[in-house]
Design a protein around this ligand. Structure first.
Ligand code: SAM
Length: 279
């Protein structure tokens, strides 16, 4: 075994952030019950309420394959600090190490951070390579997704993500997650609010990594419109949620409108990326 210490650290961190070192524990049905029909949900709520009085929790045991865990196919997400799985974390590492190695100028941003794990990993890669002149921006409402605005964004008409409470993770919780890994410092910058309000005037200069994970048409399009022009040629645009109709349509519309024809590469069943062509 000849891996360098920084690679061993980053490998361990990927497994820790994605929670693949341990068997996936059962999930609390009181919290993750949105997919149950109303009758089942009421019955489980009642049983859960009775059990909680005796300090028990009603849980569902999860049967996940190794592949599902590697590819972040855990929905609703359970215990990881990120839901993106090992393959998409590896893609972040490849892209970040490439821009460092090739000196592509610019900071990193993820739009849609949830518990912060993907951004914790970006900050960790900078630490592992002793890079102190790049920042990691985290853009999120820290309150979950916006309600669809179908008049402005017809592609979001049936979107239900705003109703999933478990997607609302507070900034305080994300900061605490960074602290767990000793990675919260002034290279980490929070941009709190809905993208349409924050991104047009965000204090962001050049970017070399633009990672989008906002799930909806609006969230993806607003991020692309405001941030893609800041991506340095040679930088990477990563789309986490290309399997979702809204996000995919926004990417396709933006690329068509702006004549972007760099090849889209697949990461796994949902993640894709392309590298902005050098001029
Ligand atoms: C799928 S989760 C992100 C998962 C995360 N990248 C990870 O590593 O696990 C989507 C996140 O996007 C945020 N979000 C989506 N649309 C948004 C918008 N328009 N404005 C602000 N936050 C948004 C939600 O609050 C949520 O935290």
């Amino acid at each position: 075994m000849k891996s360098k210490p920084e690679q061993l650290y980053l490998n361990l961190l990927k497994k820790t952030l994605a929670f693949t070192l341990w068997p996936e524990p059962p999930i609390d049905l009181g919290k993750y019950n949105y997919s149950l029909n109303p009758i089942k949900r009421s019955v489980f709520s009642l049983i859960g309420f009775i059990l909680r009085r005796s300090r028990f929790t009603l849980c569902e045991k999860r049967a996940l394959t190794e592949t599902e865990r590697l590819e972040g196919k855990i929905w609703p997400p359970g215990y990881g600090d990120t839901m993106i799985g090992i393959k998409r974390l590896e893609n972040i590492q490849d892209c970040v190490e490439t821009v460092i190695r090739e000196k592509v100028e610019g900071d990193f941003i993820e739009t849609g951070v949830w518990r912060g794990g993907a951004c914790i990993f970006m900050r960790a890669i900078l630490a592992a390579h002793q890079v102190d002149n790049r920042k990691v921006f985290l853009a999120d409402s820290f309150e979950g997704l916006p309600e669809p605005d179908p008049d402005k964004w017809p592609g979001d008409a049936d979107d239900k993500h705003f109703a999933y409470d478990f997607l609302a993770v507070s900034q305080e919780e994300v900061e605490n997650n960074f602290r767990k890994y000793d990675l919260l410092d002034d290279q980490v910058v929070f941009i709190k609010g809905f993208f349409k309000d924050t991104l047009p005037n965000a204090p962001i200069g050049k970017l070399s990594i633009l990672r989008l994970d906002g799930d909806m048409y609006e969230s993806t399009m607003v991020a692309l419109e405001n941030l893609y022009p800041k991506l340095t040629p040679g930088g990477f645009c990563i789309i986490d949620d290309f399997s979702l109709d809204g996000a995919k349509a926004a990417v396709q519309d933006y690329r068509r409108t702006h004549g972007i024809d760099e090849k889209i590469e697949n990461i796994d069943w949902t993640g894709v990326y392309w590298r902005k062509a050098r001029l």
